[in-house]
Every structure is written in structure tokens, then in C-alpha cells.
Design a protein around this ligand. Structure first.
Ligand SMILES: NC(=O)C1=CN([C@@H]2O[C@H](COP(=O)(O)OP(=O)(O)OC[C@H]3O[C@@H](n4cnc5c(N)ncnc54)[C@H](O)[C@@H]3O)[C@@H](O)[C@H]2O)C=CC1
Ligand SMILES: O=C([O-])CC(=O)C(=O)O
Length: 311
């Protein structure tokens, strides 16, 4: 199985690293526009093979899309990341042009691929990739919910003082500081509602920390995060390539689900070899429904900025 990752920067290279050492794909191609950069990252990753014991073939190319031919999955991480104090939405001006060109280029050589969009503002970039390529909706997946949910589980685990892997929880809605919806009501510690252990005040604090999880790291690091983002993409790619049919919150095109149409936004999905195999239209309570509608309004407003790119 072959995976192409466009953008060999922090997130793209970390994703390639995780995919290789976990043996998720037999071949990974890293592509970047910076001369020699993807080649260098690929060589560095390949020199881990004997110490971590993997057999994935990782190669790097400078803007040569012919080398990406027949990829089963293409991950788009190309574009600029935010700096402290910025929102993801402020990246649209530069990233929209990059994502549109990259999506078109990869499809020339891999017409049957499944595309995973990572570049921010991710929900809008996913919508752009879908609209500009005309790919069927099951083959365009925005990665954000997997990351936001893992941060939610991390913050819950810190509050509970228990391991993250004993916590089950999901974030839906937009992948933005104010649009994420951590589903606190449904979060559990080994099947027991977390509200058995944490007060409403503690749960509200966890939800607030989750929503600004990316901004917090950007403030600490000076650029946005990459370890958890790269690992989250690899988790999603694993479910596609190995047909695991995991339930993962992903940004996908909605046609009536959650009362929404003509938008890509985070909802629980079954992810397998066909990409998005099912969208789970779960029952939200009234306040969650209101939050989802508000989140969708914000994402839709951002999508309106694509008019000139999509014209
Ligand atoms: N959806 C999510 O959950 C997350 C999204 N992101 C987003 O992912 C993107 C990448 O972040 P980082 O890897 O930290 O940035 P980075 O700056 O480390 O890497 C981006 C790479 O893209 C390359 N690039 C730019 N234009 C290109 C083009 N036309 N073709 C090929 N390569 C191109 C650059 O040369 C650079 O190496 C950002 O937009 C960031 O906001 C980051 C983390 C999580
Ligand atoms: O915070 C950012 O800008 C990058 C990102 O999407 C994340 O780490 O969640």
C-alpha cells in the first residue's frame, strides 16, 4: 500500500515517521516544494529502520508528482502553520491556493486515491478540495477530530489522574478554537460517565482547554504542534489502508446529517478501505444541537471566502 504525503514539514514528516515505524504502509512518498527538503526527511526516517525495525520504503521528492503515482492515500499537509496569537482561519489566504493546486496535481497521477486534508483552516480546505476536484464525498476526509478527541482524552485523563487510553471521548464540530464541541456528556472512564468523578466546573475546564489545545501548543512552541497531529493522521490512514472501520470524528461532506448541507465539518464516521463508509448521525441534546448549528455557521462563513478560489 502506498501513501503520499504532500508537505514534508513538521506534520507531514512526523506522519511519515509514524506510518513507517508502525508498518502501516509498504511505501511512503514525501513531496515538498523546498528543494531537497523531502529527500532529506525521507533519508533521515529511513536511517531509523534498523533501530526501530521497520521495512517501509520512504522516499522524498521535490515537486515531482509522477513519483506519487498510484497512491492509495494522499495526505495534504502543505501550507503555512499559524504563529502564536493567530487563528487557523487567518491561514486561508495562502493555504487555499496551495491546497487547490496540490489536490489537482495528486489526482492526475492517483485518480483513485483517498485524500486526507490536514492544512488549515482544515474544514474549509476539505470543502475546497472536494469542490475543486469533484471527487465523491467518501474520498475526501478532513483530519481534525481525531486530534481534538485525543487532546480531549488527554485533558480528561489529567483531570481524572488516570491513563488516556482508559478514557473514551469525542470532539465534533469545526476544527477551530471556538467551533469545537467536546462531547462531555458522552465521555467515559472505562464505560463509567466521567461526571461520576469530575464536577461540572472541572468538566467545563477540560472542555475549554481542549478547544484551545492547538493554540496553547502554538504559544509554547512558536509554531503549531506536530507530534499528535502526525500521529492522528497516521491513525486515520491506518483505518483506511487496513480497512479497520474505526469510528473517528472526521470533517466530511454533509447532506442532511445533523441538519446540515453543503459543508464539511467534524462528525463521527466509520473509516475503512472506501474512505468514509458511514456517517453516524447520533442524537444530540438541545444544547449540543445549538452548538453544532453555531459551529456550522462559522465554518460556512469561512467557506464563503473561497468564492474567488473556486470561481
Ligand atoms: N488539521 C489539523 O489537525 C492540523 C493542521 N495543521 C496544519 O497543517 C499545515 C502544515 O503544518 P506544519 O507541518 O506544522 O507546517 P510546516 O511549515 O512545518 O510544513 C509545511 C510544508 O509545506 C510545504 N509546502 C508549502 N507549499 C507547498 C506546495 N505547494 N507543495 C508542496 N509542499 C508545500 C512547505 O515547504 C513546508 O515544508 C498547516 O496549515 C497547519 O496549520 C497542523 C496541525 C494539525
Ligand atoms: O493549532 C494549529 O494551528 C494546528 C492545529 O490545527 C492543531 O494543532 O490543532
Amino acid at each position: 500500500m502506498k501513501v503520499t504525503i504532500v508537505g514534508a514539514g513538521n506534520v507531514g514528516a512526523t506522519c511519515a515517521d509514524v506510518i513507517s515505524y508502525r508498518g502501516i504502509a509498504s511505501e511512503v512518498v514525501l513531496l515538498d516544494i523546498k528543494e531537497g527538503f523531502a529527500e532529506g526527511k525521507a533519508m533521515d526516517i529511513m536511517q531509523c529502520a534498523t533501530n526501530t525495525g521497520f521495512n517501509t520504503k520512504v522516499t522524498g521528492v521535490t515537486n515531482d508528482y509522477s513519483k506519487t503515482a498510484n497512491s492509495d492515500v494522499v495526505v495534504i499537509t502543505s501550507g503555512i502553520p499559524r504563529k502564536p496569537g493567530m487563528t487557523r482561519e487567518e491561514l486561508i489566504g495562502i493555504n487555499a491556493g496551495i491546497v487547490k493546486t496540490v489536490a489537482e496535481n495528486v489526482l492526475v497521477h492517483s485518480p483513485n486515491t483517498i485524500v486526507v486534508v490536514v492544512s488549515n483552516p482544515m474544514d474549509t480546505m476539505t470543502y475546497l478540495a472536494l469542490k475543486s476536484t469533484g471527487l465523491p464525498k467518501n474520498r475526501i476526509i478532513g483530519m481534525g477530530g481525531a486530534l481534538d478527541s485525543s487532546r480531549f482524552r488527554y485533558y480528561l485523563s489529567q483531570a481524572l489522574d488516570k491513563p488516556s487510553n482508559d478514557v473514551s471521548a469525542m470532539v465534533i464540530g469545526g476544527h477551530g478554537d471556538t467551533t469545537m464541541i467536546p462531547l462531555t456528556r458522552l465521555a467515559s472512564y472505562n464505560g463509567i460517565p466521567v461526571s461520576e468523578f469530575l464536577s461540572q466546573e472541572e468538566l467545563d475546564k477540560v472542555a475549554a482547554s481542549t478547544m484551545v489545545g492547538g493554540a496553547t501548543l502554538t504559544g509554547l512552541l512558536g509554531t503549531s504542534a506536530w507530534y499528535a497531529p502526525g500521529a492522528s493522521v497516521a491513525y486515520l490512514v491506518d483505518s483506511i489502508l487496513n480497512d479497520q472501520k474505526k469510528m473517528i470524528a472526521c470533517s466530511v461532506f454533509l447532506e442532511g446529517e445533523y441538519g446540515q448541507n453543503d459543508i464539511c465539518i467534524g462528525v463521527p464516521c466509520i473509516i475503512g478501505k472506501n474512505g468514509v463508509e458511514e456517517i453516524l448521525d447520533i442524537t444530540l441534546n438541545d444544547s449540543e444541537k445549538a452548538l453544532f448549528a453555531k459551529s456550522a455557521d462559522a465554518v460556512r462563513n469561512m467557506n464563503a471566502d473561497l468564492k474567488s478560489v473556486l470561481a
